[in-house]
Each structure stands twice: as C-alpha cells, then as structure tokens.
Design a protein around this ligand. Sequence first.
Ligand SMILES: O=C(O)CCC(=O)C(=O)O
Ligand SMILES: [Fe+2]
Length: 236
Amino acid sequence: MQVAFDQFDDERFSFHEDQVLILDQVWSAADRLEFQRAMREAPWTSLRDNSRLAVTFPYCGNWLKADLMHSQRRRLLDRLSLSCITRYIESFPNIAGRHVNFNYYSYAAGDCLRTHDDIAQDQASADMMLRPTPMRRLAMVTYLHDEWEPDWGGELVIYDMGEGRRDQSVFTVTHCIPPKPGSLVLFTVPRYHRVCRIDELCGAAKRLSIAGWFMTEHQPCTITTAALQQVCAPRK
Ligand SMILES: O=C(O)CCC(=O)C(=O)O
Ligand SMILES: [Fe+2]
C-alpha cells in the first residue's frame, strides 16, 4: 500500500494483510533540515570500520552509519506512534520486552546494500536462545535528503521469495521503491530486500536515511530458532 501520510488510516491498515507500507510526505522540508542538521554532527563510522558488517556486506561500497541523537529518536518515534505498528508487534505471543533500534545512514555514489532479510544475523545469535535476543519484527526506513533523481539509483527493492524457498534466483520483485525525500517504508521481517547501487550520476549528493527495526524479546528457552519461528508467528 502507498499513501500520503496525512491520508493514512492507521486503524484500518493491518501488516497481517499488507506486509509492505509506503507512506509519502511523512517529513516536511523543515523536518528534513532538522534531521540533516543532527546528521552533520553525528559520529559517523563507515562500513569498512565495522568488521562484522563489512563481512556481511562485501562489495557494498563504504556507506556511513551513526547513532541517533535522543531528540531525533523521540521525533521519529512520535511520528511512528501508529496503531497498526503496535497491533502487529503485540500480536507475537509471550513478549517479555519491546525494543527499537534505529540508525542514521549516508550512502554516496558507489554504495549499495546486497540482498538480505534483516534476520539472518539475529537467528545465528538467537539459536539455542540461552539468553533473550530481540527479534526484528518490522523494518522501517525513511529518506531525509532533499532531492533524488531516477538516474541516481538507490532504490529499495523488495522480493517475494515464494513458498519458503531460499534460492535467490527464484525471487520475484514485489516493490522497487525510489528513495523519495520525506517518504517512509515499513515492512514485515523476514523479507528479502536490497538497496541498488548509487550511480555516479548523483555527483556529491547523499542518500540520507534513518533505518532500523521494531523488535520483540521473548522469554529465554532452549528450543532452536526454527522451532521458535513457529511458536512466535504473529497471531491475526
Ligand atoms: O536504506 C534502505 O532503503 C534499506 C536499508 C536496509 O535494508 C537496512 O539497513 O537493513
Ligand atoms: Fe535491511
């Protein structure tokens, strides 16, 4: 579903029925300016500085990542206080805790993000579940630059992987979402997606975003992740 933010009826929308939500005009030019100001002061680290991420995302350029300042985090969460998010998150059984984790990102010419489902790493560390590990439930990304042209690349491509198949060659594209200034995308996790490489045609322009997840934490148990996935499927 794609709709302007001020036309969106969060009471009627359900992530159980529609797994990808695109909201346009979530941020005004003044809002974006405010985020951009905070981003200029943020302590950025690059992909290559982060050895774990660099292994997961080889040949993805050298995009930058930074922590959100408290005031900007508040501003984001205020805008995201939508009942459809709460209903989806609360539909997972046996929740012991709720978490969010959002970061700033800056992609320049040559940067991309290869196909991933936002969950693989969580699963590896969650296996055995000897300690509670937050599970990513809803992914969110919002675009905060002032202009973006079709020639510049950087689209968020979302795939349908069919009936539980993990072979990427059979994935079909369900969405190809240009990073429109001020727009916001939410989708259920796991879901395969990638960010197309930013083209040199963008010059010095940056693809600025905040991305991250709404997560739930569950009571520690000794079952494997595969079994846990079944136990933790959302209830409609
Ligand atoms: O920037 C985007 O459009 C998506 C980012 C993403 O998938 C991620 O950070 O995991
Ligand atoms: Fe992702």
